[in-house]
Design a protein around this ligand. Structure first.
Ligand SMILES: Nc1ncnc2c1ncn2[C@@H]1O[C@H](COP(=O)(O)OP(=O)(O)OP(=O)(O)O)[C@@H](O)[C@H]1O
Length: 290
């Protein structure tokens, strides 16, 4: 369990803002911080990683205090078991992929973890190349592997996929899910992409003006309650779940997820990524492939 209870005065162009957080993240969860620009998401990650110091409060990770204002505990970043992946990869440009990864090893740490990570994120053929000779997605796989070299318990991802095109994003999402479960990580993602959030995360916190204003399970968080109005709109199928005798199809429409109850016959015609329209006749939404 990661327990964060802290405050930090931040400076924005419009004046000061108090980041005031109470978060409890279960071990093993994949959690997303969501919210408008300037809400305090990146600062939250920096506070957890030790790159920014709270004014007061506590950060306790799996029972160990990382920060305690009253007891004057403040673990330096290198002692926090945490891997950080940024949007811009932040790789050493003059080192090969292999060197970038081996550079992250601690003194005396065997190189076997590097080989294991190279396999898991499929970097074998790029080991002797410099980052400038790799695509954005390949560079981000290197950054992901590098963040895991020291076997962290927590993986922090600050909009890691936002510079990538749709296809790369999709592939990287698969790698993120793979390492999250292979290394029993607790993962905290900052993302604006709702389809991605629903696909990857268990739980979402929405930040606004330095506070959590809403939280919930990813799919429920973005589900729309609209039902009775007459409507018709298009969207993309992002999840199909069998629930007892019915199916629930989640469709990403603009920035929200609409859940539509469907019968087996209709649901089996659909697959993830299909463009569909959702329409309501009186009170019963219908869903059909476009
Ligand atoms: N070290 C710092 N000290 C004080 N204030 C800071 C510091 N770093 C950032 N801020 C301010 O804190 C506010 C929140 O910034 P933050 O980067 O956490 O927002 P965000 O929610 O991640 O936004 P975005 O989605 O645009 O990345 C901003 O107004 C920023 O200027």
């Amino acid at each position: 369990m990661i327990e964060i209870s802290l405050s930090k005065k931040l400076q924005s162009s419009g004046g000061s803002m108090l980041l005031d957080l109470e978060l409890k993240i279960e071990k093993g969860q994949f959690v997303t911080l969501y919210g408008v620009s300037g809400a305090g998401k990146t600062c939250t990650l920096r506070l957890l990683s030790g790159l920014l110091t709270p004014d007061k409060g506590r950060i306790v990770v799996h029972g160990t205090p990382w920060f305690d204002g009253e007891k004057k505990i403040n673990l330096p970043p290198q002692q926090r078991k945490l891997g950080y992946v940024f949007q811009d990869y932040a790789l050493f440009p003059n080192m090969t992929v292999r060197e970038n990864l081996e550079f992250a090893l601690q003194k005396g740490q065997p190189k076997s973890i590097v080989r294991e990570l190279v396999d898991i994120v499929e970097l074998g053929e790029f080991l002797d190349r410099n980052p400038s000779n790799l695509s954005g997605g390949q560079q981000q796989r290197v950054a992901l592997a590098r963040a895991l070299v020291q076997r962290p318990e927590i993986l922090i991802l600050d909009e890691p996929l936002s510079a990538l095109d749709h296809k790369m994003r999709f592939k990287l999402q698969e790698y993120l899910l793979k390492v999250h479960s292979a290394y029993n990580l607790t993962t905290i993602l900052v993302s604006h992409n709702i389809g991605e959030i629903v696909k990857l995360s268990d739980f979402v916190y929405e930040l606004h003006n330095g506070r959590v204003i809403r939280e919930g399970k990813a799919l429920e968080f973005f589900s729309s309650e609209r039902s009775s109005a007459k409507f018709r709109f298009t969207g993309e199928v992002i999840q199909i779940e069998e629930e007892e005798v019915i199916y629930v199809v989640s469709v990403l429409v603009g920035n929200s997820v609409v859940k539509v109850v469907s019968d087996r016959e209709e649901a089996l015609k659909l697959k993830l990524g299909d463009q569909v329209f959702v329409a309501s006749k009186a009170f019963n939404p219908l869903i059909e492939r476009i």
